[in-house]
Design a binder for this molecule. Sequence first.
Ligand code: SAH
Ligand code: SF4
Length: 370
Amino acid sequence: MTAAAEKTNLLGMPKAKLEAFFESLGEKRFRATQMLQWMHQRGVDDFDQMTNVSKSLREKLKEIAVIRGPEVVYDETSKDGTRKWVMRMDNGNSVETVLIPDGERGTLCVSSQIGCTLDCTFCSTGKRGFNRNLTAAEIIGQVWVARKAFMPFEPGPDRPITNVVMMGMGEPLMNFDNVVDAMNLMMEDLAYGISKRRVTLSTSGVVPGIDKLAEVTDVSLAISLHAPNDELRNKLVPLNKKYPIAELLAATKRYFSRLPDKRKATIEYTVIEGMNDKPEHAHELAELLRDIPCKINLIPFNPFPESDFRRPSMNATRRFQAVLNEAGYIATIRTTRGDDIDAACGQLVGQVEDRTRRSQRYINVQQVNS
Ligand code: SAH
Ligand code: SF4
C-alpha cells in the first residue's frame, strides 16, 4: 500500500483538478461534484462515509488518496468572541487562523505561508523569517477546520463564516497558484459558496502578482500601503524599493478597472506612533489616492516583543481618520480584536514551539484534553 505521505490529498483540489483526477481513474467527472460536497459541505474525510460512492471506487480511493486537513493543536475563544486556532501543518510547523465574529458577519483570517520573505519592519511574521509556502490543501484546510467547528449547520444568513481575508501569515501573491486554488474553493458553490466580494486577498504590493491575479480571478483586493510617499514606505515595506507606490497604485487601478462590478480597493494603513501618524501624512495620503476608488482601513499598530514601534494614541488615530473623512474618503479604524489571545493583526506568529509562554499554554490545553 502507498504510504500516507505519497497519497494524493484531495482537499486542496478545485473542481477542475478533481474532475481531471477522476477522469484519470476512468471515472465520470460528476464524481468531483460528490467529492467536493462530502469534503467541504459535510466535513467528511473518510471515504467509507461517502454513501453515494460505489464500494469499489471507495476502495480504490483509499489506496491512492487521502482527505487530510491541518491538525488543530490549539483552539481558544477570546472574551470578545474572536476564536483562534493554531494548526500544525505537514512538516510540523504551525500557522494561526482567526475567526472574527461581528454581528451577522464572521470573517476568517487565513494564512498563506509559514513565515514571510518580505520582512516589513512592523510585522511579527516578517521578523520570524520564512519557512515555506502552504499547499492549497493547507490553505483551504484552515477554512475546512473552522467550518467543521460549527458543524452541523445549514447554509443561510447565520453562517459562521461569511467572509475570508488572506491576511494571516505570509504574502499570498508569493504563493500564487496555491492561493488561487484555495480561493476558488472558497468561492465554489459546491464547497463554501462565498461571494467574490467577500473573499479578499491582501498584498504588500507584489505588482506582477496583481496583474496576474486579474487574469485568473476577480476576488476583492486589499493593498497594504502604510505610507503616503516612497521615502517612508521604503522604511516600512522593503518591497517598495522594487515596486514603488506609483507602480503599485497603477496596478491597483488596472485590477479594479477589469472587474465587471463597481468595487473599491481597500487601502490598509497601519498607523505607527511617530512614523506615519501625523495629520500631514493623512493629507498627503488623501492627495495620493485622489483618483483611486477606495476605502481606507486604519490599523493601529499592534506591538510585539521584537519591535520598538509603538501604538498611536486613539486620539492621534482619530485625528488621522478625520482628515481622510473630511477629504471625502470612507476611512475606518480597525478595532483590535482577540488581543487577550494574541490573535490581533501582526501577532500571528505561528511556530508556536519556540514561544515558551504559549507552548506552556498548549501543554496545559493538551493536558486538560488528554
Ligand atoms: N502579507 C499580506 C497579508 C498579511 S498581513 C500583506 O502584507 O498585506 C495583514 C495586514 O496586517 C497587513 O496590512 C499588514 O500590514 C498588517 N500588519 C502586519 N503587522 C502588523 C502590526 N504589528 N500591527 C498592525 N498591523 C499589522
Ligand atoms: Fe509579509 Fe505582510 Fe508581514 Fe509584510 S506585512 S512581512 S508582506 S506578512
